[in-house]
Write a protein that binds this ligand. Structure first.
Ligand code: SF4
Length: 310
């Protein structure tokens, strides 16, 4: 291969965009989780700029977008933004909303269900003291538990997101029984990851040994009958992410130091540079994993909601 050819191949690979994108709100959050992994920047979100960012990432023809971060439903424009994404991308895109549902009275879950394939909700324990320690809110788990049937009735699939940390290891059996009983489509068990300022600061209280994580997750998976369980070990996730904020700031996990983020630049100002830098840290194959699986779970959830059990 000539030098010119190899440079050309490298630059083409460098411009391949991610297939799975996390559109993360990082301005602020309405919770104070001890394990929070978000690198907040307190830059206020503007709906026009957010729509521009969406237009750029949709040009990349992603297979999946997860709108998450600090609660996206804090922003009144989020339901419209989700509808806008669906209108532009059509049914082929797998669209997920991750929300802590702190203010459920402010949103119309039935309307949101029309735009998204899956709603991810956090639930780490039903123990009030553990909930205080992990999320600074003892009543939140019961609130989420009560809202799940409403989301399912609205016609969208539900994924329960559990961060597995030292305080809630003992809570996993009860959560397994709950997700099975609640009939949710998926349960993700994420290994606590000391990344982001708050998670790093609380590492001593939160960290679990990887072998302990695997054992606890294996036991919990065995109890969660009928639920698709997704295991989120750090080593399986660390080269997977492409994060972009509603202001266009892009970041990912640093390929050389998995306890830090690498800033990639702003996609509204330097789209080729962002993509090129992303390839230095992430793996596009790992990035795309799980998209088809989650889409399949959401599809079966819709069939179930429509009363089709075949
Ligand atoms: S983990 Fe999520 S809900 Fe908790 S503080 Fe961070 S962004 Fe907010």
């Amino acid at each position: 291969m000539t030098e010119a050819m190899s440079i050309d191949t490298a630059s083409r690979q460098d411009s391949v965009p991610p297939k799975r994108i996390s559109f993360n709100f990082v301005d602020r959050c309405n919770m104070t989780c001890s394990f929070c992994y978000i690198p907040f920047d307190n830059i206020r979100v503007n709906v026009e700029v957010a729509a521009n960012v969406i237009e750029v990432i949709l040009r990349w023809s992603p297979a999946s977008i997860t709108v998450g971060g600090g609660d996206p439903l804090m922003y009144r424009f989020t339901p419209d933004l989700l509808r806008h994404i669906r209108d532009l991308a059509g049914p082929a895109l797998f669209l997920q909303l991750d929300t802590n549902l702190m203010r459920p009275e402010r949103c119309d879950l039935a309307a949101i269900a029309k735009s998204v394939d899956m709603v991810g909700v956090p639930l780490d324990t039903f123990d009030t003291a553990v909930a205080w320690q992990m999320r600074g809110n003892g009543g939140h788990p019961r609130q989420i538990g009560a809202l799940i049937p409403t989301i399912l009735r609205a016609g969208t699939s539900v994924k329960v997101n559990t961060v597995v940390a030292r305080p809630n290891l003992v809570s996993l059996p009860e959560l397994a029984d709950f997700v099975a009983e609640a009939n949710v489509q998926a349960w993700s068990l994420y290994e606590f990851w000391p990344i982001g300022p708050r998670a790093v600061a609380n590492r001593a209280a939160m960290a679990v040994d990887h072998a302990e994580f695997r054992k606890a997750v294996e036991e919990a998976s065995g109890r969660a009958h009928g639920v698709n369980v997704e295991t989120g070990a750090i080593r399986a996730r660390r080269s997977a992410y492409f994060f972009v904020t509603p202001t266009g700031r892009a970041y990912t996990v640093d390929g050389n130091d998995h306890s830090q983020y690498a800033e990639l630049g702003n996609i509204l100002e330097d789209e080729p540079g962002v993509l090129s830098r992303w390839h230095r840290h992430a793996d596009e194959v790992v990035n795309e994993e799980r998209v088809r699986q989650r889409a399949g779970w959401a599809h079966s959830g819709r069939l179930r909601a429509a009363g089709c059990h075949s």
